[in-house]
Design a protein around this ligand. Sequence first.
Ligand code: LMR
Length: 329
Amino acid sequence: MNLKSKIVFAAVVAALSIGAANAAPMVVKFSHVVAEGTPKGQAALKFKELAEKMLPGKVQVQVFPSSQLFGDAKEMEAVLLGDVQFIAPSLSKFSRYTKKLQVFDLPFLFDDIEAVDKFQHSADGKALLNSMTSKGIKGLGYWHNGMKQLSTDKDQLKRPDDVKGLKFRIQASDVLEAQFRAVGSNPQKMAFSEVYQALQTGVVDGQENTWSNIYSQKFYEVQKTIAQTNHGVIDYMVITNAKWWDGLPADIRKGLEQAMDEATAYGNGIANEFNERDRKRILEAGKAKIQVLSKDDVGAWRKAMEPVWKKFEGEIGKELIQSALKANK
Ligand code: LMR
Protein backbone atom coordinates (compact mmCIF):
# COMPACT_ATOMS: atom_id res chain seq x y z
CA MET A 1 0.00 0.00 0.00
CA ASN A 2 1.45 3.39 -0.93
CA LEU A 3 0.99 6.43 1.25
CA LYS A 4 -2.05 7.70 -0.66
CA SER A 5 -3.87 4.36 -0.39
CA LYS A 6 -2.98 4.17 3.29
CA ILE A 7 -4.51 7.59 3.89
CA VAL A 8 -7.67 6.68 1.96
CA PHE A 9 -7.91 3.35 3.82
CA ALA A 10 -7.52 5.08 7.22
CA ALA A 11 -10.19 7.63 6.27
CA VAL A 12 -12.61 4.90 5.22
CA VAL A 13 -12.01 2.96 8.47
CA ALA A 14 -12.53 6.14 10.51
CA ALA A 15 -15.72 7.02 8.63
CA LEU A 16 -17.10 3.54 9.10
CA SER A 17 -16.42 3.48 12.82
CA ILE A 18 -17.96 6.93 13.31
CA GLY A 19 -20.97 5.71 11.33
CA ALA A 20 -21.27 2.61 13.50
CA ALA A 21 -20.94 4.64 16.70
CA ASN A 22 -23.60 7.07 15.56
CA ALA A 23 -25.95 4.48 14.07
CA ALA A 24 -29.40 5.17 15.41
CA PRO A 25 -30.96 2.32 17.40
CA MET A 26 -33.60 0.26 15.67
CA VAL A 27 -36.99 1.50 16.87
CA VAL A 28 -39.54 -1.20 17.53
CA LYS A 29 -43.12 -0.47 18.54
CA PHE A 30 -45.30 -2.40 20.97
CA SER A 31 -48.98 -1.49 20.83
CA HIS A 32 -51.75 -2.75 23.11
CA VAL A 33 -55.27 -1.82 24.15
CA VAL A 34 -55.26 -1.90 27.96
CA ALA A 35 -54.11 0.54 30.65
CA GLU A 36 -50.53 0.59 31.93
CA GLY A 37 -51.52 -0.57 35.40
CA THR A 38 -52.62 -4.02 34.20
CA PRO A 39 -50.67 -7.27 33.83
CA LYS A 40 -50.26 -6.70 30.07
CA GLY A 41 -49.42 -3.03 30.51
CA GLN A 42 -46.69 -3.86 33.01
CA ALA A 43 -45.29 -6.79 31.01
CA ALA A 44 -44.95 -4.57 27.93
CA LEU A 45 -43.02 -1.97 29.94
CA LYS A 46 -40.81 -4.71 31.40
CA PHE A 47 -40.08 -5.92 27.87
CA LYS A 48 -38.98 -2.40 26.91
CA GLU A 49 -36.74 -2.10 29.98
CA LEU A 50 -35.08 -5.48 29.43
CA ALA A 51 -34.70 -5.20 25.65
CA GLU A 52 -33.01 -1.81 25.92
CA LYS A 53 -30.75 -3.12 28.69
CA MET A 54 -29.78 -6.24 26.76
CA LEU A 55 -29.26 -4.42 23.46
CA PRO A 56 -27.83 -1.06 24.54
CA GLY A 57 -27.79 1.47 21.72
CA LYS A 58 -29.08 -1.12 19.29
CA VAL A 59 -32.78 -1.19 20.03
CA GLN A 60 -35.31 1.30 21.32
CA VAL A 61 -38.75 -0.02 22.27
CA GLN A 62 -41.71 2.35 22.17
CA VAL A 63 -44.78 1.15 24.06
CA PHE A 64 -48.23 2.51 23.20
CA PRO A 65 -50.98 1.52 25.72
CA SER A 66 -54.76 2.08 25.68
CA SER A 67 -55.32 1.72 21.89
CA GLN A 68 -53.33 4.95 21.40
CA LEU A 69 -51.56 3.64 18.30
CA PHE A 70 -53.82 0.81 17.15
CA GLY A 71 -57.07 -0.56 18.58
CA ASP A 72 -58.62 -3.99 18.14
CA ALA A 73 -59.79 -3.31 14.60
CA LYS A 74 -56.42 -2.48 13.07
CA GLU A 75 -53.64 -3.98 15.16
CA MET A 76 -53.28 -7.34 13.39
CA GLU A 77 -53.08 -5.75 9.94
CA ALA A 78 -50.59 -3.25 11.34
CA VAL A 79 -48.29 -6.11 12.37
CA LEU A 80 -48.57 -7.69 8.93
CA LEU A 81 -47.88 -4.34 7.26
CA GLY A 82 -44.87 -3.67 9.49
CA ASP A 83 -46.40 -0.57 11.10
CA VAL A 84 -45.95 -2.08 14.56
CA GLN A 85 -43.64 -4.92 15.59
CA PHE A 86 -45.33 -6.39 18.70
CA ILE A 87 -48.90 -6.65 19.88
CA ALA A 88 -50.53 -8.92 22.47
CA PRO A 89 -54.19 -9.46 21.56
CA SER A 90 -56.49 -11.51 23.70
CA LEU A 91 -56.68 -15.15 22.56
CA SER A 92 -60.31 -14.46 21.64
CA LYS A 93 -59.31 -12.18 18.77
CA PHE A 94 -57.43 -14.52 16.43
CA SER A 95 -60.19 -16.45 14.67
CA ARG A 96 -59.49 -14.81 11.30
CA TYR A 97 -56.05 -16.42 11.40
CA THR A 98 -56.66 -19.73 13.21
CA LYS A 99 -59.69 -21.53 14.62
CA LYS A 100 -57.55 -23.55 17.04
CA LEU A 101 -57.17 -20.74 19.58
CA GLN A 102 -60.94 -20.76 20.02
CA VAL A 103 -60.27 -23.52 22.54
CA PHE A 104 -59.43 -20.80 25.10
CA ASP A 105 -62.91 -19.29 24.73
CA LEU A 106 -64.91 -22.41 25.58
CA PRO A 107 -66.90 -21.53 28.71
CA PHE A 108 -65.88 -23.33 31.92
CA LEU A 109 -63.12 -25.29 30.21
CA PHE A 110 -60.34 -24.23 32.58
CA ASP A 111 -60.83 -24.39 36.36
CA ASP A 112 -58.41 -21.55 36.99
CA ILE A 113 -55.44 -19.63 35.58
CA GLU A 114 -53.03 -22.34 36.81
CA ALA A 115 -54.74 -24.81 34.47
CA VAL A 116 -54.54 -22.29 31.61
CA ASP A 117 -50.82 -21.88 32.31
CA LYS A 118 -50.27 -25.64 32.38
CA PHE A 119 -51.99 -26.10 29.03
CA GLN A 120 -50.03 -23.23 27.46
CA HIS A 121 -46.80 -24.92 28.58
CA SER A 122 -47.82 -28.35 27.24
CA ALA A 123 -46.64 -29.56 23.81
CA ASP A 124 -50.09 -28.80 22.33
CA GLY A 125 -50.19 -25.36 23.90
CA LYS A 126 -46.71 -24.46 22.62
CA ALA A 127 -47.56 -25.72 19.13
CA LEU A 128 -50.37 -23.15 18.97
CA LEU A 129 -47.76 -20.38 19.05
CA ASN A 130 -46.87 -21.48 15.51
CA SER A 131 -50.42 -22.05 14.31
CA MET A 132 -50.44 -18.80 12.29
CA THR A 133 -47.00 -18.83 10.65
CA SER A 134 -48.54 -19.59 7.25
CA LYS A 135 -50.42 -16.28 7.67
CA GLY A 136 -47.20 -14.42 8.50
CA ILE A 137 -47.76 -14.30 12.27
CA LYS A 138 -45.36 -15.70 14.84
CA GLY A 139 -46.35 -16.24 18.48
CA LEU A 140 -43.60 -15.39 20.95
CA GLY A 141 -45.34 -16.32 24.18
CA TYR A 142 -48.50 -16.35 26.25
CA TRP A 143 -49.24 -13.56 28.71
CA HIS A 144 -51.76 -13.96 31.49
CA ASN A 145 -54.51 -11.67 32.49
CA GLY A 146 -57.02 -13.81 34.36
CA MET A 147 -60.45 -15.36 34.69
CA LYS A 148 -63.51 -13.51 33.41
CA GLN A 149 -66.38 -12.20 35.50
CA LEU A 150 -69.79 -11.16 34.26
CA SER A 151 -71.27 -7.72 34.88
CA THR A 152 -74.55 -5.95 34.14
CA ASP A 153 -76.46 -2.80 35.02
CA LYS A 154 -79.11 -4.91 36.80
CA ASP A 155 -79.45 -5.79 40.51
CA GLN A 156 -79.57 -9.52 40.18
CA LEU A 157 -76.95 -11.65 38.44
CA LYS A 158 -76.99 -15.11 39.94
CA ARG A 159 -78.57 -17.46 37.44
CA PRO A 160 -78.63 -17.66 33.62
CA ASP A 161 -82.24 -16.45 33.66
CA ASP A 162 -81.01 -13.10 35.01
CA VAL A 163 -79.38 -12.25 31.67
CA LYS A 164 -82.21 -13.29 29.35
CA GLY A 165 -82.81 -10.61 26.76
CA LEU A 166 -79.88 -8.45 27.93
CA LYS A 167 -77.33 -7.02 25.51
CA PHE A 168 -73.69 -7.91 26.16
CA ARG A 169 -70.55 -6.50 24.65
CA ILE A 170 -68.22 -9.27 23.53
CA GLN A 171 -64.77 -9.49 22.00
CA ALA A 172 -64.67 -10.47 18.33
CA SER A 173 -65.22 -14.18 18.91
CA ASP A 174 -67.87 -16.52 17.51
CA VAL A 175 -67.49 -18.77 20.56
CA LEU A 176 -68.34 -15.91 22.89
CA GLU A 177 -71.25 -15.01 20.66
CA ALA A 178 -72.60 -18.57 20.99
CA GLN A 179 -71.95 -18.50 24.74
CA PHE A 180 -74.24 -15.50 25.25
CA ARG A 181 -76.87 -16.83 22.85
CA ALA A 182 -76.92 -20.04 24.88
CA VAL A 183 -78.18 -18.07 27.89
CA GLY A 184 -80.71 -16.10 25.86
CA SER A 185 -78.80 -12.78 25.67
CA ASN A 186 -77.88 -10.63 22.70
CA PRO A 187 -74.12 -10.39 22.18
CA GLN A 188 -72.54 -7.52 20.29
CA LYS A 189 -68.93 -7.58 19.07
CA MET A 190 -67.20 -4.34 19.94
CA ALA A 191 -63.65 -2.97 20.24
CA PHE A 192 -62.32 -2.73 23.79
CA SER A 193 -61.85 1.04 23.59
CA GLU A 194 -65.58 1.53 23.03
CA VAL A 195 -66.89 -0.55 25.93
CA TYR A 196 -67.01 2.07 28.70
CA GLN A 197 -69.13 4.43 26.66
CA ALA A 198 -71.39 1.65 25.44
CA LEU A 199 -72.05 0.62 29.05
CA GLN A 200 -72.49 4.19 30.20
CA THR A 201 -75.00 5.10 27.52
CA GLY A 202 -76.89 1.81 27.69
CA VAL A 203 -75.96 0.65 24.19
CA VAL A 204 -75.24 -2.62 25.99
CA ASP A 205 -76.36 -3.78 29.44
CA GLY A 206 -73.31 -5.79 30.38
CA GLN A 207 -69.96 -7.29 29.53
CA GLU A 208 -67.48 -9.95 30.64
CA ASN A 209 -63.92 -9.23 31.69
CA THR A 210 -61.16 -9.69 34.25
CA TRP A 211 -61.01 -7.74 37.51
CA SER A 212 -58.03 -5.74 36.25
CA ASN A 213 -59.84 -4.64 33.10
CA ILE A 214 -63.10 -3.94 34.96
CA TYR A 215 -61.15 -1.75 37.37
CA SER A 216 -58.75 0.05 35.03
CA GLN A 217 -61.49 0.82 32.46
CA LYS A 218 -63.85 1.94 35.24
CA PHE A 219 -66.57 -0.46 34.09
CA TYR A 220 -67.51 -0.89 37.76
CA GLU A 221 -68.67 2.73 37.80
CA VAL A 222 -71.29 2.08 35.12
CA GLN A 223 -72.40 -1.43 36.15
CA LYS A 224 -74.54 -2.40 39.13
CA THR A 225 -73.53 -6.01 39.66
CA ILE A 226 -70.45 -8.09 38.98
CA ALA A 227 -70.96 -11.83 39.38
CA GLN A 228 -67.89 -13.80 40.32
CA THR A 229 -68.37 -16.48 37.69
CA ASN A 230 -64.80 -17.25 36.59
CA HIS A 231 -66.50 -18.74 33.54
CA GLY A 232 -63.67 -18.20 31.08
CA VAL A 233 -60.26 -16.68 30.58
CA ILE A 234 -58.69 -13.57 29.05
CA ASP A 235 -55.09 -14.33 28.20
CA TYR A 236 -52.89 -13.05 25.40
CA MET A 237 -50.50 -14.15 22.72
CA VAL A 238 -47.63 -11.80 22.00
CA ILE A 239 -47.15 -11.84 18.27
CA THR A 240 -44.83 -10.40 15.68
CA ASN A 241 -44.43 -10.41 11.91
CA ALA A 242 -42.76 -13.77 11.14
CA LYS A 243 -40.81 -12.44 8.14
CA TRP A 244 -39.52 -9.40 10.02
CA TRP A 245 -38.54 -11.54 13.01
CA ASP A 246 -36.70 -14.13 10.89
CA GLY A 247 -34.86 -11.37 9.03
CA LEU A 248 -33.48 -9.69 12.17
CA PRO A 249 -29.70 -9.79 12.80
CA ALA A 250 -29.09 -12.82 15.01
CA ASP A 251 -27.83 -10.83 18.01
CA ILE A 252 -30.89 -8.59 18.00
CA ARG A 253 -33.32 -11.47 17.66
CA LYS A 254 -31.60 -13.29 20.49
CA GLY A 255 -31.70 -10.24 22.76
CA LEU A 256 -35.36 -9.56 22.01
CA GLU A 257 -36.20 -13.21 22.57
CA GLN A 258 -34.51 -13.21 25.95
CA ALA A 259 -36.17 -9.93 26.94
CA MET A 260 -39.53 -11.37 25.86
CA ASP A 261 -39.04 -14.56 27.89
CA GLU A 262 -38.13 -12.61 31.01
CA ALA A 263 -40.95 -10.08 30.56
CA THR A 264 -43.34 -13.00 30.10
CA ALA A 265 -42.23 -14.58 33.37
CA TYR A 266 -42.52 -11.22 35.11
CA GLY A 267 -46.01 -10.40 33.77
CA ASN A 268 -47.33 -13.88 34.43
CA GLY A 269 -45.98 -13.66 37.95
CA ILE A 270 -47.93 -10.50 38.80
CA ALA A 271 -51.22 -11.20 36.99
CA ASN A 272 -53.06 -12.96 39.84
CA GLU A 273 -51.96 -10.38 42.34
CA PHE A 274 -53.12 -7.51 40.08
CA ASN A 275 -56.55 -9.06 39.61
CA GLU A 276 -56.94 -9.68 43.34
CA ARG A 277 -55.84 -6.12 44.09
CA ASP A 278 -58.31 -4.69 41.57
CA ARG A 279 -61.15 -6.86 42.89
CA LYS A 280 -60.55 -5.31 46.31
CA ARG A 281 -60.41 -1.81 44.85
CA ILE A 282 -63.78 -2.36 43.15
CA LEU A 283 -65.23 -3.60 46.42
CA GLU A 284 -63.85 -0.61 48.32
CA ALA A 285 -65.17 1.86 45.75
CA GLY A 286 -68.67 0.64 46.70
CA LYS A 287 -70.19 1.37 43.29
CA ALA A 288 -70.91 -2.05 41.82
CA LYS A 289 -71.73 -4.92 44.13
CA ILE A 290 -69.86 -8.18 43.77
CA GLN A 291 -72.14 -11.18 43.73
CA VAL A 292 -70.46 -14.36 44.90
CA LEU A 293 -72.15 -17.43 43.46
CA SER A 294 -72.94 -20.73 45.15
CA LYS A 295 -71.77 -24.02 43.65
CA ASP A 296 -75.30 -24.59 42.49
CA ASP A 297 -75.47 -21.19 40.74
CA VAL A 298 -72.18 -21.84 38.95
CA GLY A 299 -73.48 -25.27 37.95
CA ALA A 300 -76.52 -23.64 36.33
CA TRP A 301 -74.30 -21.34 34.21
CA ARG A 302 -72.07 -24.22 33.26
CA LYS A 303 -75.02 -26.33 32.18
CA ALA A 304 -76.61 -23.51 30.18
CA MET A 305 -73.37 -22.79 28.32
CA GLU A 306 -72.43 -26.42 27.73
CA PRO A 307 -73.87 -26.70 24.19
CA VAL A 308 -71.19 -24.26 22.97
CA TRP A 309 -68.51 -26.96 23.26
CA LYS A 310 -70.26 -29.30 20.79
CA LYS A 311 -70.84 -26.46 18.37
CA PHE A 312 -67.13 -25.67 18.04
CA GLU A 313 -65.69 -29.14 18.50
CA GLY A 314 -65.26 -29.56 14.75
CA GLU A 315 -63.35 -26.29 14.20
CA ILE A 316 -61.16 -26.63 17.28
CA GLY A 317 -60.61 -30.39 17.23
CA LYS A 318 -61.72 -32.89 19.87
CA GLU A 319 -58.15 -33.85 20.76
CA LEU A 320 -57.16 -30.28 21.46
CA ILE A 321 -60.14 -29.81 23.77
CA GLN A 322 -59.26 -33.03 25.59
CA SER A 323 -55.66 -31.90 25.87
CA ALA A 324 -56.73 -28.57 27.40
CA LEU A 325 -59.07 -30.35 29.81
CA LYS A 326 -56.17 -32.46 31.08
CA ALA A 327 -54.59 -29.32 32.51
CA ASN A 328 -57.27 -29.19 35.21
CA LYS A 329 -56.11 -31.10 38.29
C1 LMR B 1 -61.24 -7.10 25.76
O1 LMR B 1 -61.38 -6.74 24.58
O2 LMR B 1 -62.16 -7.07 26.60
C2 LMR B 1 -59.89 -7.57 26.22
O3 LMR B 1 -59.39 -8.49 25.31
C3 LMR B 1 -58.95 -6.42 26.32
C4 LMR B 1 -57.57 -6.88 26.70
O4 LMR B 1 -56.67 -6.77 25.89
O5 LMR B 1 -57.42 -7.33 27.85
